[in-house]
Design a binder for this molecule. Sequence first.
Ligand SMILES: [Zn+2]
Ligand SMILES: [Zn+2]
Length: 398
Amino acid sequence: MLEKIKAAAKKYEGEIIETRRHFHKNPETSWNEVETTGYIAEELKKLGCGNVKVGFGGTQSGVVADISGEKSEGKCVALRADIDALPLNDEKDVPYKSRKENAMHACGHDAHASMLLGAAKVLTEIKPELKGKVRLLFQPAEEHGIKPGAQALIDGGALEDVSAAFGIHVMSPVASGELHYRAGPFMAAADAWELTLTGKGGHGSMPEGAIDPTVAAFQLGNALQAIVSREVSPKDTAVVSIGGLRTSSYVFNIIPERVEMNGSVRTFRAQVQDCVEAAMGRIVEGVCSGTRCKPDFTYRRVLPATVNDAKITELVKSVAESLLGADKVKEAPLNMGSEDFSYYGRVVPCSFAFLGTGRADKKTDAPHHSPKFDVDESVLFQGAALYAAFAWSYLEKE
Ligand SMILES: [Zn+2]
Ligand SMILES: [Zn+2]
């Protein structure tokens, strides 16, 4: 059956590439994916998908639809593709370059959407041999951060009846055609913090009459790094980064009134996340009391860690080995990036995997979120096959 699925996906390869180029030329950023949504919904209706639901999070973005197998009753398995682009100018010289200012598919979500549409075609074709139901999740706003598309889909009922979910992300740092899986914690939880240090502005020649918030900022720059080295166990993984630092004035002979700072924290385990958050609060208080500044500190948990279910991941691995060959399927290292796919994992057993699309000779090895990002399109039909083969195999087994 997997051979049949692979052959069917190969048959649709031209359409999958064409669709990807259409999305690439017409990118839409998080929560603005109106035309992308319309295009996908239209395709799904043409295929005869059931329960096509359009618009999530109070917007017109996102599509969810079902493909019902005809073989017998069974479970419902979800396949997820995110569909949003980034606010960035496309600097590639290719015929399918973005036609828009400040919008570009620089993370490969155009590839995800077209691969899942390809999988929908394959699954529709094998309906007589399909048990149960496949739920297709075309999710908006993965890149948004503040209002994650995954949570909006869950709130809109997208996981009702679903007993497992699978997602793919194309990866330019991974060699083209390889599938990287990992059971357990895979991608980090992302937190964001903001801090305003208020002192008392004054003349640069008379510090005794001022309270200098830059002193607190410099001390914090060092002190915060001691959290990872001295408070988190060396066996755990965490990152504390300062992203921004600015003074309320920028004049050589003025002590500024305020310093604003922000940054991010990445962790994998809840205990480590709690530890870092508590330590940051404590250190900020301590440094400020020592330097007489007033802190205004906020710590926001943006995305949970992506934790892959062991059993589902084992199935992903075995399906990938059959489709791509065992030498192309490898265990991924921990990834400090974050994904809102993690929200699905808090509701149902999930697995998220990386499909390599990086090839230097095709110039598809630029980093994600860079203006030169591109994907090796020869891999896309394999992504479609992986989606469809995972769904078929899961339903067959359960
Ligand atoms: Zn991204
Ligand atoms: Zn992405």
